[in-house]
Design a protein around this ligand. Structure first.
Ligand code: MN
Length: 257
């Protein structure tokens, strides 16, 4: 049996399980809110074209619209000014090998339950590596916070001084890029940066450093509590949008039982 035939057989028997890391596209799912002087991200919208009726007697379908950055979505290097000149930096140009690869999960759920502004620092990463080993190069690093279990206003957690949600410090994200050469970074929150990420230097350090280095982002992930710390393989292929800076997508993880 070839390796791929063995994999297919393991999926069929459940020895390899497929975990859905995706939220449902829904008009009520929150999108990031920027200060009012900036353009805004559109929520998911669906309009019925026909439903087995006079508009189309034997078929039902919808027209949909949304931002590239609505719901569970992928960030390409061209999303950020630091990545504007990265070769193959838009979703249609990224080599497809990048869409399948290993993932590690850093569990920050306990810290995030006590502090909405919990930070992923080099110290947190070093402690994780002491237990699980060094993060392999070219891995996705997923920051588990259990934030995906929140809904409504608690998800963005907007206060008078802006949103409060966990994320990496500039030093934390630079460690992952400079010392571990990761493929990308994924979160359960509305962005790869902390809610208060505009206050770091540089502002929004995950976006700035990841995309400047040609790395990718995933956000609004779900079910990270169903993944092992190491050993999962991620399937995360954005839509092939010409010059697209990101895309909603279905993110799946393969895990061994
Ligand atoms: Mn985005």
């Amino acid at each position: 049996m070839s390796k791929l035939e063995a994999l297919a057989a393991d999926i069929a028997t459940g020895a390899v399980q497929i975990v859905d890391l995706t939220h449902t596209l829904d008009p009520d799912f929150p999108v990031i809110i920027l200060p009012p002087e900036f353009g805004q991200c559109a929520r998911f919208r669906m309009e019925e074209v026909s439903a087995y009726d006079h508009r189309g007697p034997a078929w039902k379908w919808h027209n949909i619209s949304m931002s590239e950055h609505t719901g569970t979505h992928f960030d390409a290097p061209s999303h950020w000014i630091s990545g504007r000149d990265v070769p193959n930096g838009s979703v249609d140009e990224i080599p497809v090998d990048a869409f399948v690869g290993p993932a590690v999960v850093i569990d920050c759920s306990e810290g995030a339950s006590q502090d909405a502004d919990f930070e992923l620092t080099p110290d947190v990463i070093n402690k994780w590596e002491a237990e699980h080993g060094e993060i392999p190069a070219d891995s996705w690093v997923l920051m588990r916070t259990d934030w995906s279990k929140r809904s409504g206003e608690a998800y963005l957690n907007m206060h008078e001084d802006g949103p409060h949600s966990p994320g990496p410090t500039p030093e934390g994200i630079r460690f992952l890029i400079d010392e571990r050469n990761i493929r990308g970074f994924g979160t359960e929150t509305v962005g790869t940066d902390a809610g208060q990420g505009s206050h770091y230097t540089p502002p929004y350090p995950a976006h700035y450093f990841l995309h400047g280095a040609g790395k990718y982002g995933l956000q609004c992930l779900a079910n990270l509590d169903q993944l092992p710390a190491t050993g999962a393989v991620l399937l995360a292929a954005p839509l092939k949008i010409k010059n697209g800076t990101g895309s909603p997508l279905r993110v799946l993880a393969m895990v061994t039982k």
